[in-house]
Design a binder for this molecule. Structure first.
Ligand code: BMA
Length: 830
């Protein structure tokens, strides 16, 4: 096989003749335009510049370049095939080689291959791709056959986004700007296949009696010669060749099913339960003289992974089971990492997935309103042990399933993507869509016809399951998120399937509401916060730095979002004295909300088996539900997730009159150790109540381990409660690790918070990586901040006189003087 890459520099011009530039492929038009100053010196993210995207995208563009075809490409073997292969064209394209139309495309999610031998000449050739205006297209299509009108939902998207197979959120969402980009967003090349080639390669596993039987399915296409030989090689996680298998073929298109047994397999586990050993499987194709014709490889993990739905006392279970072990899913929803899909570097992508693993995630849900991520994303999830809940790219809309062209498009799209990702050990579930079934049944603003309901059933219960059965039957298929069984059966049923719970935030309920619900698997629940002040500064001028300024509201895509952040905050916290403090307290408010939900559901392990919050990341700097902002900065919630998602969780369920301490454990080892529970005076440190005992839990369970009696709590006067904190600490004997948590009998705004007097110093002989933080008096949400470092813990409470050692996990070591590390706590905000 020979290749000519067509990546690199292309000429781009708008058909109206107004705009002309050179751009890099893969990439995107608007990213290129940003580089050339079309969004002003500061770029798209600055102030309100994102608004320019619509007028820039609202036209037709042509991409053009030349390339040389070596003389041996068109001569020689008559059997050879030459294809133009494009892995991502965004979206409405007409492709011409030397002025002649090769093909048209209408789906950015597909991979295309066009046979082009007859279009080429020896020497210089030209390729031209016309990108039709997608805005114009969806406007016209929406007018021609309006499928539904999104009422005043507060999502700032362009109407008609469902008319095109293109990233929905590129037309805007309630966290993202309208940047309906276009261009060649993935690899593009010419390939010459001499004779035979590998057209499909897939590996399934059967685990039995301590061994794994692999079946290797491969398809060899275009076998125009007398014979060829395929050889499969399997390498263990150390790279040692452990098996080979050979097969000779004769002419025609052939399928081959090879079988290999792996004894003593090293199993792939999710983060927190074991290692992620990966085996490499290679297939090589050669002709009878031993010349290499084609080759491909897959990296796999040996594991069983599925969702178990078994009847139980509450309804039906819904949880992932890995290698026979049911697990509680801990994670978040993943959206595209940038408005410009090609801009995220490999290092940035790895950092985000690593940040999930470091925050003790074991699950990520790829939300259905963006794009199917690149292969590298799944490789990272394989390596870091994260289960991927993969939505297909359908979200919050009604599609026109009546048109054959639509069925054809989505069939090719789903086939392409399932084929591309199905071998990854991380893939735990394939889900039909985001929130469509729920919308059909429960959303008032979603008015659909009977015919559209029928079309929905056809799409998610007939067409897609058929593709799924054909391409990856061993993966678990789930029709929609949320769903209970499909077929419009109470999609958000708390007793079956997964749930999205938005009464907190969208319906303004207090986050204590989470505790009234016992869902089986929470695949969405969320709470907004502002990004930190450094991120706010990146897109504002000093005069914009006011929560309700036009620029701050521009960087908040949920209508009414900023007032809501403030309203929620006012329930528990005092009015912060600056925007910097407001951003910090909004993150406290967000993280307390998610913590309330997560810890409650973990205390109810068994009944509930998943907490996947909305949302992990942002695609630009914005106020949103994310726990890691666009620049990779951890909000407080990400540190809270690290604590609340740890295999061992010490949590308190309490209010003004109660305080119950629970221990939850998600490991094979179980836990045992010493629990100390004290009620302390936050200023003097006086101990008003103390208890010490040995406690423990079995593996994969959760227990109440201590309760402070109501008499004790009632004995503390309401005035006195303003000075009190409950401090619980559990020291795990097996690992030596300590887990801490606090409880306050009153909302934080009513507490008499003392001036904490925090002191920090770099620990001797720690190479500047360990900081000792201590406080004379209680210090709440103690924040260490400096040069985008990631710390081992942050935003933690300190009891009077307590010292903690905090490690700098990523980022530069600390200077002895600690000049560039700032400290604050809640008391500093008012
Ligand atoms: C969910 C998601 C997104 C949205 C989020 C916040 O339900 O599916 O559509 O961004 O809510 O409103």
């Amino acid at each position: 096989m020979k290749r000519i890459p067509l990546t690199g520099e292309w000429d781009i011009r708008s058909i109206d003749g107004e705009l002309k530039l050179r751009g890099t492929v893969p990439g995107s038009l608007l990213e290129e335009m940003e580089k050339q100053g079309c969004y002003g010196e500061e770029g798209l993210f600055f102030r309100e510049n994102n608004r320019r995207s619509i007028s820039l995208a609202d036209r037709d563009y042509v991409y053009y370049r030349r390339f040389d075809l070596p003389s041996d490409w068109l001569t020689g073997e008559d059997h050879s095939e030459i294809c133009l292969e494009a892995d991502g064209l965004d979206t409405l394209c007409e492709i011409r080689l030397n002025g002649r139309l090769v093909g048209k495309t209408a789906n950015m999610h597909r991979q295309y291959a066009f046979p082009v031998r007859s279009f080429l000449t020896e020497g210089e050739n030209s390729i031209e791709i016309l990108f039709r205006n997608s805005l114009d297209f969806i406007r016209k299509e929406h007018k021609r056959r309006p499928l539904w009108i999104d009422g005043d939902d507060g999502v700032t998207t362009v109407e008609g986004f469902e008319m095109i197979r293109k990233s929905h959120c590129s037309y805007g969402w309630d966290w993202g700007p309208q940047v309906p980009d276009l261009g060649i967003w993935r690899d593009i090349r010419l390939c010459r296949y001499e004779t035979a080639r590998i057209t499909d390669f897939y590996i399934t596993q059967k685990h039995e009696k301590g061994a794994v039987d692999l079946t290797l399915f491969s398809s060899i296409g275009h076998l125009a010669m007398a014979s060829a030989t395929a050889e499969c090689r399997i390498y263990d996680p150390e790279g040692e060749l452990i098996h080979t298998l050979q097969k000779d073929f004769t002419a025609g298109d052939v399928n081959w099913e090879g079988k290999i047994r792996i004894d003593n397999p090293r199993l792939w586990w999710i983060n927190g339960l074991g290692e992620q050993p990966l085996y490499r499987v290679e297939i090589l194709l050669a002709d009878s003289e031993g010349n290499r014709l084609d080759q491909t490889e897959r990296t796999i993990g040996l594991r069983t992974l599925t969702v178990e739905q078994l009847p139980d006392e509450w309804g039906e279970t819904f949880h992932f089971t890995i290698n026979g072990q049911p697990v509680f899913s801990r994670g978040a929803n993943y959206i595209p990492e940038d408005v410009f899909l090609r801009r995220t570097s490999a290092a940035e992508r790895e950092r985000l997935v690593r940040d999930c693993a470091e925050a003790n995630f074991n699950t990520l849900r790829v939300w259905g309103g963006g794009v199917y991520p690149d292969d590298e994303f799944y490789d990272l999830c394989d390596r870091y042990g994260l289960i991927v809940w993969q939505d297909l790219m359908f979200a919050c809309a009604i599609y026109d399933v009546r048109e054959d062209s639509f069925i054809q498009e989505i069939t090719c799209e789903i086939e392409d993507n399932l084929r591309r990702i199905r071998h990854h050990p991380c893939i735990g579930l394939i889900c039909g869509n985001n929130e469509m079934e729920w919308a059909f049944v429960n959303w008032d603003r979603f008015v659909q016809t009977r015919e559209q309901e029928f079309e929905y059933l056809k799409q998610y219960h007939v067409i897609i399951p058929e593709i799924h059965q054909r391409i990856c039957p061993e993966l678990f298929y789930w029709p929609s998120s949320p769903s209970s069984t499909g077929y419009f059966e109470e999609p958000n049923d708390p007793n079956r399937g997964d749930c999205h719970f938005w009464e907190v935030w969208h319906s303004n309920k207090d986050y204590t509401e989470y505790k009234n619900h016992y869902f089986r698997f929470m695949s969405e629940f969320g709470f907004e916060s502002l990004p930190c002040i450094e991120t706010i500064e990146s897109f504002t001028l000093p005069e914009d730095r006011n929560l309700f300024s036009p620029v701050m509201e521009e960087h908040q895509k949920r209508i009414g979002g900023n007032p809501k952040i403030l309203a929620y905050l006012s329930k528990y916290y005092r009015y912060p004295s600056s925007l910097d403090h407001l951003a910090y307290v909004s993150q406290i408010s967000q993280s307390e909300a998610i913590k309330a939900g997560v810890q409650h559901w973990r205390r109810n392990r068994g009944r509930c088996m998943g907490a996947v919050y909305w949302q992990l990341n942002d695609n630009w700097p914005v106020a949103s539900w994310s726990s890691v902002d666009y620049y990779g900065r951890w909000k407080m919630l990400h540190y809270e997730a690290k604590r609340s998602y740890h295999n061992i969780l010490l949590s308190i369920d309490g209010d003004e009159e109660s305080c119950a301490v629970h221990l939850s454990c998600e490991s094979f080892e179980g836990t045992e150790g010493t629990l100390t529970v004290r009620i302390l005076h936050m200023t003097t440190g006086e101990v008003l109540y103390g208890e010490k005992k040995t406690v423990g839990t079995e593996p994969f369970s959760s227990h109440l381990v201590h309760e402070i009696s109501r008499e004790v709590i009632r004995g503390i006067g309401s005035e006195e409660k303003r000075d009190c904190m409950v401090r619980a600490e559990f020291r795990d004997e097996r690992s030596g690790e300590s887990f801490r948590t606090c409880h306050y009998f009153l909302p934080w705004k009513y507490l008499n918070l003392p001036e904490p007097e925090i002191s920090c110093r770099v620990k001797k002989d720690s190479d500047g990586r360990i900081i000792e933080v201590s406080s004379q008096r209680a210090s709440l949400y103690t924040e260490l901040k400096g040069r985008d470092r990631i710390f081992s813990d942050n935003y933690f409470d300190l009891a009077p006189g307590e010292t903690r050692e905090i490690r700098i996990v990523h980022g530069p070591e600390a200077d002895k003087s600690l000049k560039d590390i700032a400290v604050r706590s809640l008391r500093n905000t008012y």
